[in-house]
Design a protein. Sequence first.
Length: 393
Amino acid sequence: MLRRIGTAGGPARAGDAVRREARAVAGAVRAACRGPGRERDLVVQSLKAAGAALLAWLVAGVWLGDPLALMAPWVALVLVQATVYSSLVQGARQCAAICVGTLVASAAQALTGDTTGALALCVPVLMLLANWPRFGDQGVYAATTALFTLASGTVSASAVGHRVGQAVLGAVIGIAVNALVLPPIHLRDVRENLAALAREAGDVLHEVAADLRENQWGADRVPDWLSASARLERRLEALRSARRWSRESLRLTSGLLRRLHRAPRAALPPEEEDERFGRVTGHVTALIRTLVVAADEARTPLPPDGRALRSYACLLELIGDTCRAEADRLRDGDEDAPADERAEAARRELHGQLQEELREHAGRGADRAAVLGTLLLQAENLWAETVPGARGA
């Protein structure tokens, strides 16, 4: 019976996976058709790479009449990178790898006089050389070029020069297409990831607040809290990656190239916003760590009582709402959003209530007061970071 169930479950899981992938593909297609975004950028880059390969084939194979015009479209295809700067760097590395592979293969053929012997001699050396950091991820092309060189059966000075010339031609075409046809400039991703980080922080605070409001304080909630913290950290890393791509995409792209791309005109959020929400992430992580420690029955700290937890949950929800409002402001590029005076008044009232609770807990024992005092300090830090101008308030 178990075997039959397992056998039936396999196709069902495979079918679910296929359906999920189909929905994801359909969603990506709709997003690409709907408007500018990451999906449309991927479509543009893919079509540019295909166009660069076709153009290189036409130049090398049709116009120049090369019957073995393989190297040029191959190099052009792989050099339509995510940024113009990376295209140039990768182009230099790939041309160097191709030159090394061609020369080493030719030398091995001259030494052994046999294709099999030359392969056995040069490929291990070139695969070891592929790990040289100077080649980056282009080092493997030294070995593949050696394979092409030896498989073609023509190893001579003219053949070596021919292949290197084809590689340079493909590199020039690939880099030119990437730089002049809608050059990739990644500005939108920074704003989207920053807004997503702010919203994720608000969502995590609301999740924790819901648990505290219902007095869900125990070891069974620890995995969910830790998962929420890890989710937030991944969002922060995605923002840092987007910021790095943004900086790189602006290198070697003049005002003319940016106009060719029709890049978003809205200014990027300043890097101080990244640092601010990096600190917010750190405070939320510290808050969750405090909750995890207090939920461990084997530890000394004790959780606050239900009334204090409910007040604290209200404060976290208020801060979470502020994070979500910041996410909307960052997404829309509204730099002059007015301060929410009602939220500030509610925050002050809750802060006063929690101070009273802290004094009461201190009279009942240091263990309970320690946890509540730590949580209250972290909430104050969060409020100071999420509300511009709230420091010292």
